[in-house]
Design a protein around this ligand. Structure first.
Ligand code: FES
Length: 165
């Protein structure tokens, strides 16, 4: 067993402990202080950094008018819209069911837009044929820009609005 030095004995008498113990306590305190500082800095940085939700743009190009045959309904399920071309012009419908938000489907053989969730049915103008959906499909803005049709899902328009091209 290691013999204690005179200095160690004196320090113990003075209540100061051994140098190893003091060094350990000092380093522990420094480590705790550092950890608290880093944690606090992380919380402040998290608070300052903006929380931005990156969502896809609501306005997007769907193609040139000539790509849409007269009297057609073209579904873009990825972007949840229908582009309808009539003999008069174009309009766009949201494909989101007005009941609980399921994505509807264009049933070409029956010429209806049907919701697979609870059976609502809409005509090609978005008009409600059968519930439980309480309202017609939303008619959304469509415009011509640089030869391309642009649909904007954030802008609802009158139910008889038509883009004449
Ligand atoms: S979500 Fe379409 S009928 Fe319920």
């Amino acid at each position: 067993m290691k013999e204690r030095t005179e200095k160690e004995n004196q320090m113990e008498k003075d209540g100061k402990g051994s140098p190893d113990r003091r060094r350990f306590l000092w380093l522990s305190g420094l480590g705790a202080f550092g950890a608290t500082g880093v944690g606090g800095a992380a919380v402040v940085a998290d608070f300052i950094y903006p929380k931005v939700l990156f969502e896809p743009p609501t306005a997007f190009a769907v193609g040139k008018p000539d790509n849409f045959p007269v009297n057609s309904v073209t579904a873009d399920y990825a972007r949840k819209v229908y582009v309808v071309r009539t003999e008069v012009g174009f309009f766009a419908l949201s494909a989101v069911c007005t009941h609980l938000g399921c994505i509807t489907r264009w049933e070409e053989d029956q010429e209806i837009i049907a919701c697979p969730c609870h059976g609502s049915k809409f005509n090609r103008d978005g008009g409600l044929l059968q519930g439980p959906a309480p309202r017609p499909l939303r008619r959304i803005a469509i415009r011509l820009e640089d030869g391309e049709l642009i649909v904007d899902t954030a802008v609802e328009v009158e139910k008889d609005a038509v883009l004449r091209v």
